[in-house]
Design a protein around this ligand. Structure first.
Ligand SMILES: Cc1cc2nc3c(=O)[nH]c(=O)nc-3n(C[C@H](O)[C@H](O)[C@H](O)COP(=O)(O)OP(=O)(O)OC[C@H]3O[C@@H](n4cnc5c(N)ncnc54)[C@H](O)[C@@H]3O)c2cc1C
Length: 460
């Protein structure tokens, strides 16, 4: 066991700078942190919608919210508006709030299902403050009740903001492109990075934030990749920014199209857009035509193609290297979960950090938790595609009829038959999220918990 003192983060995208900010803050004075980034390679440049866990992360490392929002042209987000997912013409909001009240007799969906049988026709979301605020274009920061919110921000400006935050904490930034990675001959541990400039950087512990390529975790350590494309066949995105056309909505839009879907992320000064699609079913021409014809403002530059493979690295921590961000795997941006997974990975790493040396028990625990997190988020995202009645194209026929993971199959069946939802303690999406998406896409429970019948009809 070698004491860890020098940490090297490779990559200066959102993942790299989040890692620098968090490790720089929490282990200030205990670790030397260097971040290496290459201006010539650049960053993926997308990733502008977040979920409420971001607020907690900012609080943990001491990022002032108002300052961050000013510097990154950020807006508030209360949820995601899904259009055309269950069927063309339908829409619903997956909001960040609690739907209804928790009651000892059962969760709110049971009461809603009973009320529906009694002829009460209010949509499920009507019982959620954040849902109604998002729908009617209202927002406030208040203490009672608390509104759960997240942010839309400019990814480039966010990385820049985190850079100055991290440098003030003593993180050293180095610019340059890694040409060769040197490993220890006995252990295979990453030892030294040789840059094209001739400079070399040595470290005890490396964080791979090099994006999809996974320079250390894959190209050097050959960790392997678990491919989930048979469940999540979208593998391409065409992204473009457009001019602002009006006040920002307090939600991200996710509009389903024939062979994928389109995001719309409003910032203070412009709008981020992109079409996510499966190249198995459609080409770039379709994506470009669809993207441009659904912009609500003038496009600000030519669309940029990003290709990806949904899945995850078989290990997130291998030898003396942890992968964070796109180097650790990629799920659809449909529920804005990637940046969250960077921050949750960081919290995991901060807790298990091998200050006294790398022990297999720490590595195994990190990998176990990372796997469980990715699998449960994967299931939630597959649900959006699978729980559809759309049959207008081969793409929708495929996702509607494909076999899904057993864990997801069980959850959908349980909900359909009984309205019940059993979740693992660490799952990111809770009953509020699952029920809003299930009901929003037309999966309504056939039965509800009978104890709900104890409530008098007049009370509904
Ligand atoms: C289409 C799409 C939409 C997305 N939307 C969302 C969203 O709405 N919400 C969300 O949470 N997430 C989203 N994501 C994910 C999000 O963009 C990423 O999680 C986030 O940007 C982190 O990226 P990264 O830092 O891992 O990689 P990158 O941004 O790719 O950064 C890689 C870094 O590594 C450096 N590098 C690479 N090779 C070398 C080398 N040889 N030497 C030196 N440096 C090197 C690069 O210079 C760069 O600094 C989206 C992703 C895609 C593809």
């Amino acid at each position: 066991m070698q004491v860890v003192k020098d940490v090297v983060i490779v990559g200066g995208g959102t993942a790299g700078w989040l890692a620098a900010a968090a490790i720089g803050k929490i282990y200030q004075g205990k670790l030397n942190v260097t971040l290496l980034e290459s201006d010539a390679i650049g960053t993926v440049g997308v990733g502008e919608a977040t979920i409420p866990t971001m607020m907690a992360f900012h609080k943990l490392i001491g990022i002032p919210e108002a300052e961050m929002m000013r510097e990154t042209h950020a807006t508030f987000k209360l949820g995601i508006n899904f259009k055309n997912w269950g069927e063309i013409g339908e829409d619903y909001i997956h909001s960040f709030g609690q739907v209804g009240r928790i009651f000892w007799a059962g969760e709110f969906q049971h009461f809603w299902a009973r009320a529906k049988k009694l002829g009460v026709n209010a949509p499920y979301g009507a019982y959620c403050l954040e849902h109604e605020a998002a729908r009617t274009g209202k927002f406030a920061i208040c203490e009672n009740p608390i509104l759960n919110y997240a942010f839309h921000f400019d990814a480039g400006l966010y990385a820049k903001y985190l850079r100055s935050f991290s440098e003030a904490l003593g993180v050293v930034r180095q610019e340059g492109k890694v040409a060769r990675v040197e490993q220890d001959a006995d252990s295979g541990y990453v030892k030294r990075l040789h840059l094209e400039s001739g400079v070399s950087i040595e470290g005890d512990f490396f964080i791979d934030c090099t994006g999809f390529r996974g320079l250390l975790i894959e190209e050097t350590l050959n960790t392997g990749y678990e491919n989930w494309q048979h469940w999540l066949p979208c593998d391409s995105a065409l992204a473009v920014q457009s001019a602002k056309t009006g006040p920002a909505t307090a939600y991200t839009s996710a509009t389903a199209h024939e062979f994928g879907w389109q995001w719309r992320i409003p910032l203070q000064n412009r709008t981020g857009n992109g079409v996510v699609y499966s190249s198995q079913f459609a080409g770039r021409d379709w994506a470009e035509k669809t993207l441009i014809s659904n912009l609500d403002g003038e496009k600000l530059f030519e669309p940029r193609l990003i290709q990806f493979k949904t899945g995850r690295r078989k290990l997130s921590w291998n030898k003396n290297c942890v992968a964070l961000g796109l180097s650790s795997g990629f799920l659809e941006p449909l529920e804005s979960t990637s940046i969250h997974m960077v921050t949750s990975g960081l919290i995991r790493l901060l807790r298990l950090f091998p200050l006294r040396g790398i022990q297999s028990v720490l590595v195994d625990e990190f990998n176990r938790q990372s796997r469980e997190e990715a699998e449960s988020i994967r299931d939630f995202i597959i649900l959006h595609y699978h729980a559809t009645r759309r049959n207008d194209t081969e793409f929708w026929n495929y996702v509607r009829t494909m076999p899904v993971p057993d864990t997801l199959r069980h959850r959908i069946d349980m909900f359909t038959e009984s309205g019940m939802m059993f979740l693992g303690g660490d799952e990111l999406f809770r009953t509020n999220g699952w029920t809003q998406v299930l009901i929003g896409q037309g999966v309504v429970p056939k039965h509800y918990q009978p104890i709900v019948d104890n409530m008098a009809d007049g009370e509904f």
